[in-house]
Design a protein around this ligand. Sequence first.
Ligand code: ADP
Length: 263
Amino acid sequence: ALRILGRPLPLGNGCNGVLITIRDETLLKRIDAVRKDFIANASHELKTPLAAIRAYAETLQMGALDDREAAEKFVASIISQADRIDGLVKGMLQLTRVESNSALKMEAFDAAEALEPCLTAARAMSLSKSIQLELQLPEHPLIIQSDRDGFQTIASNLLSNAVRYTPEGGKVQISLTETPQHCVLSVIDNGIGIREADLERIFERFYRAEKGRSSDTGGTGLGLSIVKHLINALGGSVTATSQLQSGSCFEVRLPLPTRRQTS
Ligand code: ADP
């Protein structure tokens, strides 16, 4: 719905004009609904670990403190729930920052070199689960025009998901290739996979598929929405394909710098 507001505007030279303001009310309403939705989801997600912390603390207060073994277990649970809140808050702050697009700094850099710290972190994560990482990197620099931090956030989130949602002994394949116009980062795992009905929703904020929720992966449901926002802001695209119990494939395309015309 468009709201058109008109008011008389004296122009000062004896003539009168009319100032017309046109406002897209539908868009404003949608932004407001998205904001309310975000607050409702965030409150809901924070309530669960807070309630657990309170319950553990009350149990300690009511006598569990005297049983050292039980007390240690409750304290460990309190710390892990506090970590969950920390993860949620950090994720929400990052999503808000990404959504405002304010921090993007476009520059030309080598995607393979920028990927290196993300691979180091993924190697460390995969070691504890005996997951094999298979790499296919370009032999020459693959220069992209993008935001380095954004690119690294995209890669880190996809890599950490692939490792977290792949059981012990599995495999994650990472490749960086190029087409005439794009740099293509693909992350393929042979993990738990995603149901078709979930696949349509995994890029939504706070959305977690049934299997991901029930397994203890410590996720927040924010990683992929951050990925999606960044990719859109960087002018790229992402696709996800998956089969339950077989694995998932995430493919990101980011634009290469436009080549200067030579005369
Ligand atoms: P989370 O922090 O829960 O991992 P994400 O936004 O990164 O949040 O992912 C959303 C959901 O998508 C996850 O909860 C999980 O159900 C599903 N998912 C994401 N990546 C994978 C993957 N590689 N394999 C299986 N499921 C995945």
